[in-house]
Design a protein around this ligand. Structure first.
Ligand SMILES: CC(C)(COP(=O)(O)OP(=O)(O)OC[C@H]1O[C@@H](n2cnc3c(N)ncnc32)[C@H](O)[C@@H]1OP(=O)(O)O)[C@@H](O)C(=O)NCCC(=O)NCCS
Length: 193
């Protein structure tokens, strides 16, 4: 198993895994933006193949085993200052996430991490997290941040083990397919200098 920079050709894997990491919210939002006849995941893959934007493959690391993607992580620096502007410009379900992101300006933001079901419990996500944190540190960020649903026990366990602490929360605004009620939690961790 190796952690590597993602390639444009990983876009299908990235879209599938970004959707899992985003608790189905990405697919729901993509379904609203897709062209007639275009599947939501196909639009997600198109976005992951772009050079720009948060979900670009350029912001992704993958864990690969004999050519197969087992998991991925997407991380990048949040703007500082983080200007929210008019929250109503964002879909309602995204607004709590924007509010939380704005509380960690300039941090190395772990937007999405996911492992294929068959590869879970083998340390894939942990390796991806460690490598992403190192990338953030080398980029000069002193803080790493992420947002997780309060009910996502396996992800929270992983983040707590890695030293992340809860710093703020916003109630989840539910959407079709949303697996959790409760809150979105912003967690942060200092990165060693
Ligand atoms: C959360 C997730 C990324 C963990 O991936 P993984 O590759 O299985 O994680 P690892 O093997 O690196 O395990 C890291 C730690 O989490 C624990 N863990 C993994 N899956 C777990 C589960 N289902 N329940 C409880 N703990 C779990 C592992 O036991 C390990 O802890 P340990 O060292 O004490 O044993 C994976 O379950 C996943 O893709 N979930 C769906 C997407 C998701 O929720 N992403 C996060 C959104 S914020």
């Amino acid at each position: 198993m190796e952690i590597e920079q993602a390639l444009k050709s990983d876009a299908d894997d990235l879209a599938y895994l970004i959707d899992i990491a985003g608790e189905g919210m990405p697919q729901y939002l993509w379904s609203k933006l897709a062209d007639p006849g275009q599947g939501a995941l196909a639009l997600g893959a198109q976005r992951a193949a772009r050079e720009e934007g948060g979900f670009s493959y350029r912001n992704a690391l993958v864990c690969r085993d004999r050519g197969n993607v087992l998991g991925m992580i997407i991380a990048y620096r949040l703007p500082a200052p983080y200007v929210v502007g008019d929250l109503n410009d964002y879909p309602e379900i995204v607004q709590p996430l924007i509010q939380l992101e704005s509380k960690a300006p300039g941090s190395w933001y772990i937007n999405a991490v996911a492992t294929y079901e068959a590869a879970r419990g083998q340390g894939v996500a942990r390796m991806l997290m460690l490598e992403a944190q190192e990338k953030g540190r080398l980029a000069g960020c002193s803080l790493a941040s992420l947002i997780v649903a309060s009910g996502n026990k396996s992800a929270r366990h992983l983040y707590k083990q890695l030293g992340y602490e809860d710093v703020a929360s916003e109630p989840i605004i539910e959407y079709p397919g949303c697996p959790y009620g409760g809150d979105w939690l912003l967690m942060t961790k200092q990165l060693e200098g």
